[in-house]
Write a protein that binds this ligand. Sequence first.
Ligand code: MLT
Length: 254
Amino acid sequence: MATGPMRYLEAGSGRPMVLLHAFPLGAEQWLPQLARPPMGWRLIAPDLRGFGGSPWMGDVASASMDRYAADVFDLMTHLDVPRASVAGLSMGGYVALAMMARDAERITGLVLADTRATADSPEARAARDRMIELVRREGSPGVAREMVDKLLGESTRTQQPDLVDAVVTLVEANGPEGVEAAIRAMRDRPDRTELLAAIDCPTVVICGGQDIVTPPEECEAMSRQIRGAQFVRLDGAGHLANLERPIEFTAALA
Ligand code: MLT
């Protein structure tokens, strides 16, 4: 598949860390971290293929986590960044694990936030197919309506209405092709559980205490399968923990 232009945001200076966004958001998900980068870190946040300012290229049926992983490595090469820490939230975590599987040598540290290593269950795969029908019918606004309550924790939904609106705006900005491609890539992603035991770089697993998509108990159990990994639970946050508890999330990144 052709490599196309990839938009990215960047802030800070020092050791590189690539920030990989969740589905169906974009690089702007990381604005709180980019606004105050942790001391000594250069943050690089791409729009994955088909999100934000990175156009979808190719056939949606060819989408895969491995394709996104290759795109991110290409961006690192383009930026003359041979090795970097990688932080992925939810779908971004699936991409981070795909990068690990593809070329672990290029990854110096790993942050897995609100994500899982297992593949989709048959029920989850059927739900993805329904989501594909929804995006074909209604585009991103339909997906935003369906997902926003799951993405943000109960505390955020009651106490931070502006953040709810900002997430809806971010989701609605994405074109239907890229969104469908990502749903297919998530539905068909392989199980990466066996990879966890092979991870040998410093790793932090973060999860919002109110995350109902990838619950904290599941994230903590995943962290126990990675040698030496730390687990950080952010109470009061849901699935998009970096937006809901930005200061605490950035501290965990650092
Ligand atoms: C995400 O936040 O990236 C998605 O909700 C992950 C998923 O649906 O598996």
